[in-house]
Design a protein around this ligand. Structure first.
Ligand code: COI
Length: 356
């Protein structure tokens, strides 16, 4: 068991109005942090009032981008207790991403103990309402002040909490997608399979470009600008008449927690799920022949985000008549009910928060 110091705020914030939550705009009263120094190990773990991080201007994260994060959610259960959705998945993914970025990975027990203690202090911040959750943002950064290019010998692991509503301002209505055939999100051998902060910086310019053209997000293609990789910051699925296709994890695609959950649910329901390469040309052929029934993105933030239209080289292709299809609707219902404890947790995904 890790020693976690508790320094609680004397001026708790007023809770935001749940109808105005949006995504990632409000932060709870406290954060959890733990420091690592090479030769000394993990030390100085605390729950402390939320506030600015003292950081040396030479800290490696600010120069060489050693930054990694996770996205998780906690939900109030019918008995009033709080449960986490698949925390082991995120802990493992952060540890694998840390290796890729040469950051010291936070030990699993430190991660879960810090998170559970933080949530136990912040229970009033977990919204109970439908379509709302407590979004959890574990973050790992290199903090050593040193300008030589090598892995940071000092690391900060921290967790902040944000009560959230739906990710997109239009809720779960289908989004319109621009197929990006110029900019690249990630290349084989790069950082695409990790939740490195740099991947999100790499995607911003195209996302802004898509918005300027009147679209909500971009569809990312591979290095050949043919194979479909992700949609916005999410994994992507296509429902065809005889199979559901999602791009195979080829080294430049993030292994999403909801992606994995959707695959398990669909297989459990007897559907054929193929993790394989699918090109934009194949997709358009399916759309033209009527074989493409639905498309949707999956991610922790938006859960299931139906896609109503994709535009490729300026031509629009409508999916599901621009409406939410039945598979998307049913997946969102199944996952939300498991998360809220309203349906049996048949996959063993929920972990009750056990304050120590
Ligand atoms: C998610 O879909 O969970 C994401 O990763 C989006 C997040 C960066 C806001």
């Amino acid at each position: 068991m890790n020693l976690i110091e508790r320094r609680l705020t004397t001026s708790p914030k007023v809770l935001p109005d749940v109808s105005q939550l949006g995504f990632g705009q409000h932060f709870s009263d406290h954060w959890f942090y733990s420091k690592y120094t090479k030769g000394k190990g993990w030390h100085e773990s605390a729950i402390a009032p939320y506030g600015p991080i003292p950081l040396d201007p030479a800290a490696s994260v600010l120069h060489y981008g050693q930054a990694l994060f996770e996205g998780m959610k906690a939900f109030v259960q019918p008995n009033g207790k709080i449960s986490l959705f698949r925390p082991d998945f995120n802990i493992r993914r952060m540890q694998m991403g840390a290796e890729r970025l040469c950051l010291e990975p936070p030990p699993a027990d430190l991660f879960i103990e810090g998170l559970e203690e933080l949530i136990a202090v912040e229970t009033r911040w977990v919204p109970k309402e439908d379509n709302c959750a407590l979004y959890i943002r574990p973050t790992l950064i290199g903090t050593e002040p040193f300008l030589g290019v090598r892995p940071s010998r000092e690391v900060l692991f921290y967790i902040i909490l944000s009560p959230v509503g739906t990710y997109y301002s239009k809720g779960t209505a289908p989004v319109r997608i621009w197929v990006e055939d110029v900019a690249l999100r990630a290349a084989p051998g790069g950082l695409g399979a990790t939740k490195a902060a740099a991947n999100y910086a790499a995607g911003l310019q195209a996302a802004v470009g898509a918005k300027d053209k009147g679209y909500d997000q971009v569809l990312w293609l591979d290095v050949e600008r043919e194979g479909i990789e992700e949609v916005g910051t999410m994994n992507v699925f296509f429902v065809l008449k005889d199979e559901v296709v999602t791009p195979a994890l080829n080294g430049s695609i993030l292994a999403g927690c909801v992606r994995d959950s959707v695959i398990q649910i669909l297989k459990h329901e007897g559907m054929k799920v193929s993790e394989r390469r699918i090109t934009i040309h194949e997709l358009i052929e399916h759309q033209k022949s009527g074989n493409l029934l639905e498309a949707f993105g999956t991610g922790t933030a938006a859960v299931i985000s139906p896609i109503g239209e994709i535009a490729y080289k300026g031509s629009p292709y409508y999916i599901s008549k621009g409406e939410t299809g039945s598979v998307s609707r049913s997946l969102l219902k199944t996952i939300s009910e498991i998360q809220r404890g309203l349906a049996p947790d048949i996959f063993g995904w929920m972990r009750p928060v056990n304050p120590r």
